[in-house]
Design a protein around this ligand. Structure first.
Ligand SMILES: Nc1ncnc2c1ncn2[C@@H]1O[C@H](COP(=O)(O)OP(=O)(O)OP(=O)(O)O)[C@@H](O)[C@H]1O
Ligand SMILES: O=P(O)(O)O[C@H]1[C@H](O)[C@@H](O)[C@H](OP(=O)(O)O)[C@@H](OP(=O)(O)O)[C@H]1O
Ligand SMILES: [Mg+2]
Ligand SMILES: [Mg+2]
Length: 324
């Protein structure tokens, strides 16, 4: 079932209505509302960090006014004893949890599990994450979309320089932990400027060619068939001059996450121009199908000096700051 269909019978709710919190709704009023129409019940299993960022009271109130109820899943009780749910929304890691969800999907085909755990697992490895984009080889009259050239190093830091040389990768390189499981460590990235310093890196990792993109990236949020694009500040370009002078490996912070939105900044229009909508729609549609996911975002950059050469550098499941 399409995500939009799940919510379609909520469409007669007044969007402008002021959201009410649970405490504002009297039990009687809630029961009356429940009798009048069917609620869409979303069972959620999220980390406390995610609950804080995503399930804010205002959002829950707005959802309730639209006929959508969020109910916490108790991880200490069997999932089948809870609910009934129309949707299970989750972002937890661990083999045990994945198995619980897979079993539940088999026994409850009428419930939409957002999203299937195996499909999400695909994004937890930075190599398999971008494989779909590479396979797609998208090239249209609006532009082309690829992934930066990259190399996986499973172990042995002393062999990295040779491997990079053999693969013909061009410095500087972005070093990213191979596993992207949402842990703080999985977001510890660094930029390596010279061959000699590569031995300082800690495998397992992915080494990706750094693509100059004018210091701005685009985050494309995908929720079912809806997409939303925002600008974020990113790493600045590395000039040839800088590359010839600088040596070493430099850790960098989660720049696109921490940085303020670049949407209102005074930017060079050729850098700030959003990627063409038809190109993003085609990319999103294909990725939804290939990844089997309905709730994710991707980071895409435009190669500086070009109008239409794009690179996807990251894909995240159920990201934090959806701007819908
Ligand atoms: N190949 C690349 N070329 C240029 N800049 C890059 C490249 N890869 C990453 N970056 C920069 O590093 C940042 C972090 O990289 P990436 O998005 O892969 O990490 P992440 O930890 O998964 O981020 P997120 O918080 O979005 O999950 C990007 O937002 C971008 O600024
Ligand atoms: O909406 P954007 O700016 O893209 O930020 C998200 C990141 O891209 C995701 O990688 C984070 O999720 P993980 O920490 O599970 O990777 C995600 O963390 P969250 O799931 O804890 O909210 C966000 O920080
Ligand atoms: Mg990213
Ligand atoms: Mg990421």
């Amino acid at each position: 079932m399409r995500l939009e269909e799940e919510f379609s019978h909520c469409d007669n709710y007044d969007e402008e209505e002021e959201p009410k919190t649970m405490s504002q709704c009297s039990i009687g009023a809630l029961q009356q509302q429940q009798q009048q129409q069917k609620f869409v019940v979303v069972g959620y299993a999220l980390t406390s960090k995610k609950i804080k960022s995503f399930l804010q009271p205002k959002f829950e109130g707005l959802a309730r006014n639209k006929g959508i109820l969020f109910v916490a899943i108790d991880q200490n009780r069997p999932l089948s004893d809870q609910g009934p749910f129309d949707i299970v929304l989750h972002k937890l890691t661990g083999k045990e949890w994945r198995q619980i969800l897979e079993d539940y999907r088999q026994t409850h085909p009428e419930v939409t599990v957002l999203d299937p755990p195996d499909a999400i697992q695909h994004l937890h490895n930075r190599q398999s994450m971008l494989q779909c984009v590479a396979d797609m080889n998208l090239s249209t009259s609006y532009g082309r979309v690829g992934v930066p050239r990259q190399l996986v190093i499973k172990k042995d830091a002393s062999s990295i320089a040779d491997a990079v040389d053999k693969a013909g990768l061009i410095l500087p390189l972005v070093a990213k932990p191979l596993v992207a499981d949402g842990s703080a460590k999985s977001h510890e990235l660094s930029l390596a400027y010279d061959q000699y310093s590569l031995q300082k890196l800690e495998p397992p990792l992915v080494l990706q060619e750094f693509v100059n993109h004018g210091g701005v990236l685009f985050k494309v949020y995908i929720v079912g068939e809806a997409i939303k694009v925002v600008r974020r500040f990113s790493l600045p370009d590395v000039t040839k001059r800088e590359l010839s002078k600088v040596t070493g490996v430099f850790r960098f912070p989660r720049v696109s996450c921490a940085a303020a939105s670049a949407d209102d900044a005074d930017l060079d229009p050729s850098v700030a121009e959003l990627p063409p909508r038809p190109l993003l729609e085609r990319l999103a549609k294909e990725l939804r199908w290939r990844l089997g996911l309905r709730l994710f975002n991707l980071d895409i950059i435009r190669e500086h000096g070009t109008r239409d050469h794009f690179y996807v550098i990251d894909i995240n499941y159920f990201p934090g700051k959806c701007h819908f």
